[in-house]
Write a new protein. Structure first.
Length: 327
């Protein structure tokens, strides 16, 4: 048993406790006391760098623009030379962000992006003029973890009411995905809440070796294009124990994706679990090795489906779908 800075004891063999001056972090990797030093059960110290966004000027009051503070904090985390770096977003606060990219490659070998509070998108559509397709983007990262139990809120209402699907008098307007992982390898996204995305809630694009665990995704049933988890050109992705309630597909899998496993998924309302659309614009498309197991779909417009355009270039696939326990 090891003591921790919060005043109670934990078994060293199981979980150790991370603490800073303003919030606790729980980790099963080791004990992170206030001096940012990790003590494993072997009592061998390992240096850990904690990057708290508040120390870089973030206010977390839900009104102040915290984008610049997050950018400064990321620069410090990404350039860290220690074995483990924690990018910390404290609890009980709301951080307002404009579009932002957390880009690698980083010098840090292992970064944990810990979200305990709420990250909320700017509602000013002018803030998205430089990139209407993305709000939060993680790019070119390896050995990366995002977790913490906090909330990512896309403030999607302002986008939905200006959607041509909601108001047919409006022309098509590009709107962004809430969170995008682009060209990332060996990543884990776990124990987070995603709400009210502008469009898709979380997207994996050209990623390899991904685990998605215990996400709660929610948007109104009539919100347009608010897919829960979107997978495109991604290989070796496991999605498990997620609850998804949106206005579009709970999980959507499109061209270039291979070895996709979804287990213990609770879906609905929404459009179900979909492969596609495939072949838009007379393009070639291929998806292979998709397994869905133990899925519960309630109040969805579809169950599980494959959506294709009427073209001749959809390549045949193997091991495409298995639903031994879908309900």
């Amino acid at each position: 048993m090891l003591p921790n800075p919060l005043g109670f004891w934990v078994p060293a063999a199981f979980c150790l406790i991370l603490a800073s001056s303003s919030f606790p972090l729980v980790s099963c990797f080791g004990l992170y006391p206030q001096n940012s030093q990790l003590y494993a059960s072997s009592r061998r110290p390992v240096r850990v760098k904690i990057v708290n966004v508040d120390r870089f000027g973030a206010k977390g009051d839900g009104r102040w623009d915290d984008t610049q503070a997050f950018e400064k904090a990321w620069k410090a985390a990404c350039s860290s030379t220690g074995p483990t770096t924690v990018f910390a977003v404290p609890k009980k606060k709301i951080y307002l962000l404009k579009p932002i990219t957390f880009a690698g490659p980083c010098r840090a070998n292992n970064i944990m992006f810990q979200i305990f509070g709420t990250i909320k998108a700017s509602r000013d559509m002018k803030d998205y003029e430089n990139d209407r397709r993305h709000w939060i983007k993680f790019e070119s990262l390896q050995n990366f973890r995002v977790k913490g139990g906090g909330t990512i809120d896309g403030s999607g209402q302002i986008w939905w009411q200006n959607s041509c699907k909601v108001n047919t008098r409006l022309t098509y307007r590009i709107c962004g995905q809430a969170v995008t992982f682009y060209e990332c390898n060996n990543i884990i996204v776990s124990n987070l809440k995603f709400r009210n995305s502008q469009k898709m809630h979380v997207s994996f694009d050209k990623c390899v070796d991904v685990k998605v665990v215990r996400l709660f995704v929610a948007a109104p049933e009539n919100s347009p294009n608010t897919d829960g988890i979107h997978v495109t050109a991604t290989q070796n992705i496991q999605i498990s124990r997620c609850v998804i309630k949106t206005g579009d597909d709970c999980i959507s899998i499109v061209s270039g994706s291979r070895n996709v496993k979804a287990t213990d998924i609770t879906c609905g309302p929404g459009h179900g679990i979909s492969i596609g659309s495939l072949g838009a614009g007379n393009s070639g498309a291929q998806v292979s090795d998709v397994v869905v197991n133990r899925a519960i779909l309630t109040g969805t417009s579809n169950g599980v489906r494959i959506k294709t355009w009427q073209v001749n270039r959809i390549r045949p696939t193997h091991s495409l779908l298995f639903f031994p326990s879908a309900q």
